[in-house]
Design a protein. Structure first.
Length: 78
């Protein structure tokens, strides 16, 4: 995606798979992702990185995700 982040962390989150602080360019991933196929983690990472380009969950946001993971809708069902 040719994007730069300044850091990331892995934590046990209660209600999210991941989050992105767009100002600090920091991504947090849920430790629970380890229990799922790697494609799920890849989707979450692409999802969070897409927030650096488009902060909201607009149509444009999901077009960015689709560019990097065309089958994202199947993976999102996890």
């Amino acid at each position: 995606m040719s994007l730069e982040i300044k850091g990331f962390s892995i934590k046990k989150l209660k209600s999210k798979w991941g989050s992105c602080d767009t100002l600090k360019k920091h991504i947090t991933l849920n430790l629970e992702l380890m229990k799922y196929p790697i494609i799920v983690s890849e989707y979450i990472i692409i999802h969070e990185l897409a927030h650096l380009i488009e902060a909201n969950h607009s149509k444009k946001f999901y077009e960015i995700i689709k560019k990097y993971m065309p089958e994202y809708k199947k993976v999102k069902k996890y």
